[in-house]
Design a protein around this ligand. Structure first.
Ligand code: 4AD
Ligand code: MG
Length: 467
């Protein structure tokens, strides 16, 4: 007998050719038995929805049916029929069942309503739950939206290296890459490690950002974007930080500060609208189970103009709040970096919409940002989002060779690592700018999840690299 072709559950649920023979395969969510009839809810990951398999127990071996428990993997063949029950439009009147893999009662995802901390300890199996299925399908959809947006707007997908010898953000948060024997390191008279005989002949690390190479691409191809993993050895145990996260970094020639903010706003709204248009079932599930205001919040971000706020004005607002009795944990004054409580006050309480903050004091930003005429502030932009805080960091770049050089020496950035970057300013320099969007922060926003560890399949954080 020829095996009939498998139909994905997402497709089966849309079919209306009742009476047709269909085969579905997936993992059992629940199996309810009674004397007259068995109901199996089957999910194959193609959609949040299950398909109901209706089984006449008289027609099957009882021992076999008893092995079909939550988590087991089966193949079911039968007639597609219009469903009488509430909650589904079609179901399968089963006449053939096959068990691929049974699943014992020690299955860690058995019980509903486990804590997210418990799920993280079982990250290899949590993907089979409704919540993580929904998050992963949305994550995929956001990646597609990002490529589509940039492709449609004439940006080229540009691959910056993951192994690098320069520290883009200058924050010293890099993971080293070496083939040297760590138990037997060659050192000079001052006790410094000699890297001559290391794989790359110099100290190398995993990249914290593809921006510097992205600028080389943009000043040749006009507009590029990177989309890849980045690594930061910052010891931040927060629900917003990962040691390995994905970043999207567009870089554009001939763009000014207003153009950059327009791009940031348009791009992020496109991604959120994409989720609303393409991830309806998963969003409805998350809206019900995780965050009752999720869909409303997504819609409001698409509809609203982002506030554009110079840092100096932002500080004034925060100082006024303090004067009026608002309590912050950290002090706020011109020149200090904003803490997340300050960002959230501006976004969630004061303006109640996303804020693009600009023109930061140069001391609290990276060396490459364009210096304003006041000599004190730089054309950096952070996009601040409700619930998330900083979702994008970007800037117009300093394109003047001498000004950039001055900044590099003032900050003691080793010149030998930067010669190739400075060549962009030496040969046909041009105004340009770009930004970095933290992919997982976008997924946090779009899913309503609370912890960044729950929007990437296998999170890397301080002291955890399991799976
Ligand atoms: O603000 P950042 O550090 O900017 C840059 O790396 C620039 N080179 C980008 C550019 O202009 N091309 O990082 C950009 C974004 C942040 O706004 C945040 O969303 C995300 O990357 N991000 C992190 N996400 C998760 N875990 C971390 N440890 C993150 N650090 C930054
Ligand atoms: Mg930043």
């Amino acid at each position: 007998m020829q095996e009939i072709k498998r139909t994905k559950v997402v497709d089966a649920l849309r079919r209306t050719d009742f009476g047709a023979e269909v085969n579905v395969r997936g993992w059992v969510r629940t199996h309810r038995s009674s004397k007259a009839v068995d109901f199996i809810a089957l999910n194959d990951g193609s959609t949040i929805k299950n398909i109901q398999i209706v089984v006449d127990p008289a027609k099957f071996d009882g021992d076999m049916l008893r092995q079909i428990t939550t988590g087991s993997c089966i193949s079911a063949t039968g007639e597609l029929v219009e469903s009488q029950g509430a909650g589904q439009t079609v179901e399968i009147q089963c006449h053939e069942l096959k068990i691929y893999g049974t699943c014992g009662s020690d299955y860690p995802m058995q019980k509903k309503g486990q804590s997210f901390e418990y799920m993280r300890q079982h990250a290899h199996l949590r993907l089979r739950t409704n919540t993580f299925g929904a998050v992963m399908r949305i994550r995929h959809n956001m990646a597609i939206a990002i490529h589509k947006y940039f492709h449609d707007h004439g940006f080229f997908y540009f691959h910056s290296p993951l192994i690098t010898a320069s520290d883009c953000e200058g924050a010293g948060q890099m993971f080293q890459v070496t083939t040297k024997n760590l138990y037997d390191l060659k050192k000079d008279a001052d006790g410094k490690i000699i890297y001559d005989d290391d794989f790359f002949g110099k100290q190398a690390s995993l990249t914290v950002s593809g921006q510097l190479e992205g600028e080389l691409g943009a000043t040749a191809l006009g507009a590029i974007y990177t989309f890849g993993p980045t690594f930061r050895a910052e010891n931040s145990n927060t629900p917003r930080h990962l040691a390995e996260f994905w970043m999207i970094e567009p870089e554009v020639s001939f763009i000014d500060l207003n153009g950059l903010m327009d791009l940031e706003e348009d791009f992020i709204k496109y991604c959120v609208q994409w989720a609303l248009d393409n991830c309806q079932d998963d969003l409805e599930f998350l809206n019900k189970m995780i965050d009752k205001t999720l869909i409303e919040r997504l819609k409001s971000v698409v509809d609203e103009s982002f506030v554009r706020l110079p840092y100096t004005e932002g500080i004034k607002i925060l100082e006024e709040a303090v004067a009026n009795g608002h309590k912050f944990e950290f002090p706020v004054s011109w020149g200090t970096d904003l803490a997340s409580e300050h960002e959230r006050y501006l976004v969630e309480e004061y303006f109640r919409k996303p804020v693009i903050m600009t023109d930061y004091p140069k001391e609290i930003k990276a060396f490459y940002m364009k210096i304003n005429d006041d000599g004190k502030t730089v054309q950096g932009t952070d996009v601040l989002f409700p619930q998330i805080g900083e979702i994008i960091g970007g800037s117009v770049r300093e394109e003047d060779y001498d000004k950039l050089m001055a900044e590099i020496s003032e900050r003691n950035i080793p010149m030998k690592d930067m010669w190739w970057y400075l060549d962009t300013r030496k040969y046909g320099s041009c105004p340009h700018g770009g930004f970095g969007l933290g992919f997982e922060r976008l997924i946090l926003f779009v899913t309503g999840m609370q912890n960044i560890r729950d929007v990437i399949p296998f999170p890397r954080t301080p002291k955890t690299a399991e799976f």
